[in-house]
Design a protein. Sequence first.
Length: 321
Amino acid sequence: MRSLLRQLLLERPVCVADAVPFALCVSFFFFWSGTNFSLSLRHTWYLRSLKMQIKALHVALVGLAVVTVAADIPRRSQFSQASTRRQRGGGVGGGRGQVSDTDNANFINFCAGKRLALTNGAQNVDGSCNDIPMGQIPAVNRMVSTVITAPNDTSNIAAGEPFTVQLRVLNLEAGAFTDPDTTYYSAPQALNDNGQIIGHTHVTIQSTGTTLNPQNPLNPQKPAFFKGIDDAGNKGILSAAVSGLKAGNYRVCSMSSAANHQPVLMPVAERGAQDDCVRFTVGGKGRGKKVGKGVETAASRPKAGSRPSRKSGQPRQVGQR
């Protein structure tokens, strides 16, 4: 037996591979060895015993190989194929854009060793690393699209006067608004039964300085107004009440989000924007038709002595953050 083991380990080629090739290699070795080598065995019964042990080992190795292959079959799923395609850079074509980072573990340990705190549901102003999956992504016919209906471009609002920002959002099940202080970015994006993103939207207003068309990016840390809208709206209209702004030039934008406040994820890159922006003035000279509480456009001028009517029962605004 010692001579046989020595011959197997030292005098025969060693096969290093996975379970199936290894089992086949061992089978070939024993077949070849059994027909060529001779050992100085004193008794025929010892040779028979040795052959029985070799056969048992052979059967065990083949069985192990079969079990290994069977255990690997469930991993060859659609998810596995998509993951493999991601790791090799997207597949067909190539050459469009820079080479993507890849990871054989699908980035499950991406945050390990990073010099950032792990995202824990809080809004960390110093930054963090998030290991939460992106989640469900809608089909192209369920992509989010937004239009701000009030105020309008060229609207003018009296300085300090309350007004309401109104907007409509396509393909967003609004009203899902988790606690932004404890669950920020802490769960994946999810879809409803109609394939629409479950989430909410925000309204943010920034000063554009001395002009409605600034040439430099605005400071994102200093909005003049910000509000997360956590209700489902009123007849398709989502609203945010603004208590009033100082005289100046402004830009109002929507920010669509999933339930845990992450920006909505879309299925394709080539698309229209999911959000909308409008530029307007406060305290300017334009007067005209009301389009929202305290909002006017310069498109028309009311008759002297008349006042535009105001609508009552504006949709309530909640969830300001």
